[in-house]
Structure formats: structure tokens, C-alpha cells
Design a protein around this ligand. Sequence first.
Ligand code: 13P
Length: 342
Amino acid sequence: MLVNLEDVLGHAYRHGYAVGAFNVINLEFLNGILEAAERQRSPVVVQIAEVHFKYVDIEEITPAIQHMANRATVPVVLSLDHGESVGTIVRAIRCGFTAVMFDGSKLPFEENVEQTRLVVQIAHSVGVSVEAELGRVGSSEGAEGGVAREEFFTDPEQAEEFVRRTGVDALAVAIGNVHGFYRGEPKLDLERLKEIRDRTGIPLVLHGGSGIPDEDFRKAIGLGISKINYFTEMSRKALQRVKEVLQQDSRVVGLHDLILEAKEAIREEVEDRITVFGSAGVCERRNDICSTCQACDLGKGPVDEGRLVEMVTQTVIRMMQGGAHGTGGEQGHLGGQPRGRP
Ligand code: 13P
């Protein structure tokens, strides 16, 4: 079922796991990712990056994603990844995306705050969640040889101010991560991450997931990472499978013989990541996400009155503060919850 990012990340944040966010550039990627999420009973984020618009037309593919997401028996978020302008954000919202990421990381701080704030006002007015980036995660998805540069790491004090002034729901951080393949071993600045978590109190996002060792993922998740973006390695695995099949199977006569193989490789990689990120099995028990997801029988169970009262109370408090779904000028509405495994 298609759901909002805040529904999914709120649960991940409170219960100490991360939701995988996988980039889609065609239906094979989409099928592989959704099959993996179903098999692992996990929420998932399907996202399309603006840099990938040369491969995929969002007006064309969104109806297919919506159709498949609404048929899925797990929660699916459809997010714009690295939207570079307000125009692209509005385009994605009009298509029916349930989340948008605005990437103002190349802008001076004040301009990033102003533009992100505007995006939050627009998106929240129609119930769409917002992720933004502070500091700069360098390099590009699918590219070779990225190196993280410390001068672009997220400053924890600025992060606190950024979150307070923009009202974003989730913040992408630069802590030693880069997009694409890493040159050398990635080294995450976990001290910095901890300080950002303590100062912001909202779900944090780790971009550039490909190439980060599993143990580092686990440590980062323990320090507030609730969403992990992942593309390059998934795409490489699909290519590797296609090459293997071409070498080993003389019965291949055309592209159609390779498409399913690529999809299978994507499914396997995504299943594996979901396990490492700790979101496998989240949909095996009724939980907070069910109240908006309703995709399987668990969601149709009796209403949890305690949770309902809590949600209404939180909403009233936010409205009184003129917060997240109001003016967009307050701290993201997922913040400040205790963390710990369910
Ligand atoms: P990788 O391609 O390095 O996994 O990063 C994906 C990403 O961060 C998309 O925003």
C-alpha cells in the first residue's frame, strides 16, 4: 500500500531499524524491489532521482508504481530523490509521490534554509513528507571513485538550526558517505552522527549506501539513521548477473532473456539489504504503520485506542505550535521519540 514517508520513518526511528530506499529507473528495478519487500515483510521506499530522469519519465512510470504499490501487502513510499528545484518538487507531488527530497546542499546555508522551508510549506499542505540535505554527500549514483571531503560534512549545530527553521521530516547527512563506488574504505564519522541525532531528534538518512560495510550500517542505525539510500551496488549486481548469463547460457537469443535475470539479481540484493538494515519482519506484527497502510489483514485489526489518543494529541500540539503540517516553521513532527527495538 502506498503510504507517507513519515508513517514509515516514525516507526523505524522509534524502534531502531532503517528502511531501505532503492532507486528505480524502470519496471524491472521496481518489480525486483517490491518482490524483495514482500518476501521480507518489510516497508520499503521506492525512489526516483532527478539525475535519473534521462532514463525514466516520471509521468509515465508513476501510474505503474502507484498501481503496484497499492497492490503490495507491505507499506511502500514513493519518493523523489535529490529534487534540485521547487519546480521538480511540484512536478513529483502532482504525479502522486508521497515524499520528496529537496537537495539544496550546494546552496549557501541561508538559501538552503529558505528554499527547503518553501518546499516544506508546499509539500506539507498536501500531506507529502520532506527530506532535505545539509552538508554535501559528494559524487553521483553509479559513478566511480568517490571520496568524502571533510569540509562538506554536516555541522551538528547547523543541523539543529536547519531542522528547527525548516520543519523537515528527515535529514540526509554527510558523515563520510558518498554516492557511487567508494575509492578506498568508507569511514563514517559516528561521533558526528551521534551529535547530529542528539541535536535534531528527527530520523536521519544515509545516502551512498553502496560499499558501506554491514557493521557500519548497524552502528549508524543505532545512532539515528532510519533510511538508507541504495542504488549503485544493486545496479552493478544486475549487470554482473547479465554478464554471467551471457557467458554461460548459449540459449540467450535476445534482451527478453536477460531482463528477468536482472530483476532476480535486484530482488536478491534488496532482500539482503533489508535484512542488514533490520526492517525484515516489521510487517509480521501489527504496528503503528498499519493504521495508515491497511494493506494486509493485520491492518484491519482492532483500533489501538492508546495509540489513537497519542496521535490525536500530537496533531493538536503541532497545530497549536503552527508546526509541521501548518506553517512548516517548526521542528519535524517525528522528533523526540524514545528509540529501542520493538
Ligand atoms: P549509492 O548509489 O551509492 O548506493 O547511493 C544511492 C543514493 O544515495 C541515492 O540517493
